[in-house]
Write a protein that binds this ligand. Structure first.
Ligand code: GDP
Length: 510
């Protein structure tokens, strides 16, 4: 019905005897309507260009049990700030360097593996802070098999300890308790275990299933026992993965490297990643050019649970994004295109909703404006129509003078019919010889009402009242919507005020 209003507006000739509702619209309203309806059409067209086929990458269904082989655990370390998470990770990494007699330079890639004397292996996530975890959890990424909860024995359960427990519970990830700083004389591991009872972390000695290991991350004490606890738990969890078929994994960290370009650290969760594989993650894709571990060693293939730095992304995905291998570069491009398209469609849907809402408000205001015609005398109606017509005429391109006049939209309210008509009469003599043009949006008898304010907001108008009131709530609404209400009891004060507003608009013209 926007089109309807538009048509009527364009072709109506404002015949007073043949009153057309829409002739009460002002040029601003027409412009707004045209603009909005134009926008709507543009969006409609965009929506209609259909991509028929869903070209997203598809995650494979559950693996055939006969293809499942054991995999090692992926572990995250969580706990309250200063309880020793970083120190513990550093020690674990250091133990590895010694064990492997590597050059001693490990780069931070967001995850690393620890090889135990028993031949077992553990992958530790090394992502800084809780933010990265939250990002991954929001995306529903499940990379962590076990959480090591670090609690300082001299400090006990703190705010982030509880948050970590909550995180583990929500993600249904089992916990191992590492009671840290046990080298300190004031360390009280038993108190920590007691405190945790009220958070549903029940250690083995209390008949629960949580293993508790007392350690000193600083001195590297008892870390072997901690690693063994991880292995024990992971054996119970019977962690398995399918090493065949298309790769699935999760992005752990992303960065742009000066030499390598966009790189991500990922944990492979299914399949075997090889050089040349084509991957998609979010709206980015990669042809794997190079795979590295935390020691900068080039890898030829990466099995499930292994962290790997992947080089070859065209753009950077985000931490927590799911990685899916696809058959070809062509397919990768299609997937990215599809995801971009879907995102855009969602945005359009949202925009359309906003436009529709705006249009509804717009119609409401229009209806209210028309309602004000009801009960008017013929003289009043014709005064409104005359003004509207005049304003519209002055806006017609053929008749537009070199310089457009500024318009000052106003609403007039008075105590009685007579006063309103008197004001209108004076206004009539006004705009002919003024640089600014008055645009009488609405007038009427009685106190300032909600609908006056709504109307004024729609037209960016000021409300002038003569011998009328505006109650508190109306004044509040008005000031919230930036609608000036000017109340006067002396008629020439009202005109002075109005003149001032008119002349205040003048500088805008030059
Ligand atoms: P994070 O905030 O949890 O990563 O904690 P940090 O690893 O940064 O450790 C915080 C402080 O506690 C540092 O000054 C560490 O040296 C100290 N710290 C960590 N582990 C131990 C420990 O086992 N014993 C002692 N005495 N101090 C520790």
């Amino acid at each position: 019905d926007i089109d309807d209003i538009y048509e009527t507006l364009m072709y109506s000739d404002f015949d007073v005897d043949n009153l057309k509702p829409s002739s009460a619209l002002t040029p601003e309203m027409i412009k707004a309507t045209i603009k909005k309806s134009g926008m709507k059409h543009m969006y409609m067209e965009k929506k209609e260009e259909k991509i028929v086929e869903n070209k997203d990458a598809v995650k494979r269904g559950p693996a055939d049990p006969s293809l499942l082989v054991p995999r090692h655990p992926v572990v995250a370390i969580m706990g309250h700030v200063d309880h020793g998470k970083t120190t513990l990770l550093d020690q674990l990494r250091k133990s590895q360097i010694t064990a492997m007699e590597a050059g001693g330079i490990t780069q931070h890639i967001g995850a690393f593996s620890v090889y135990l004397a028993s031949g077992d292996k553990i992958t530790f996530l090394d992502t800084p802070g809780h933010a990265a975890f939250s990002a991954m959890r929001e995306r529903g990424a499940h990379v962590t098999d076990i959480i090591i909860l670090v609690v300082a024995a001299d400090d006990g359960v703190m705010k982030q300890t509880i948050e970590s427990i909550q995180h583990a519970k929500n993600a249904r990830v089992p916990v191992i308790l590492a009671i840290n700083k046990c080298d300190k004389p004031e360390a009280n591991p038993e108190r920590v275990k007691m405190e945790l009872l009220s958070h549903n972390i029940v250690c083995e000695e209390f008949g629960g299933d949580v293993q508790a290991i007392t350690i000193s991350a600083l001195k590297g004490e008892n870390l072997q026992a901690l690693a063994e606890a991880v292995i024990t738990l992971s054996e119970m969890l019977e962690l398995k993965a399918d090493r065949t078929g298309l790769v699935e994994g999760t992005v752990i960290e992303c960065r742009t490297d000066k030499g390598k370009g966009p790189v991500t650290t990922a944990i492979v969760q299914r399949g075997t990643l090889k050089k040349g594989a084509v991957l998609v993650a979010g709206k980015a894709w990669a042809k794997v050019r190079l795979m590295l571990d935390e020691n900068n060693t080039v890898l030829n293939e990466v099995l499930p649970s292994m962290p790997v730095e992947i080089v070859g992304w065209k753009e950077l995905p985000s931490a927590g994004d799911e990685i899916l291998e696809v058959e070809s570069e062509q397919q990768a491009k299609e997937v990215v295109q599809w995801r971009t398209y879907i995102e855009e469609q969602e945005k359009i849907e949202k925009d359309l909703e906003v436009i529709e809402l705006k249009q509804k408000e717009h119609r409401e205001a229009h209806r209210k404006h028309l309602d004000s015609f009801i009960g008017m005398t013929w003289k009043q109606k014709s005064a409104v129509l005359y003004r509207t017509k005049k304003t519209l005429m002055s806006k017609r391109p053929a008749e537009t003078t070199a310089r457009d006049k500024a318009t000052v939209p106003i609403i007039i309210k008075g105590d009685v019919d007579g006063s309103v008509e008197a004001i209108l009469g004076v206004l009539d003599t006004y705009d002919a010889d003024h640089e600014c043009e008055l645009d009488l949006v609405h007038f009427g008898v009685g106190d300032i009402s909600e609908s006056d304010v709504a109307l004024a907001e729609t037209f960016s108008a000021s409300i002038y009242g003569f011998n009328v009131n505006a109650n508190k709530s109306i004044q509040q609404t008005a000031s919230k919507s930036d609608v000036p209400i000017k109340l006067h009891k002396v008629i020439y004060h009202l005109f002075d005020d109005l003149k001032e507003e008119l002349s205040s608009r003048l500088p805008e013209l030059t």
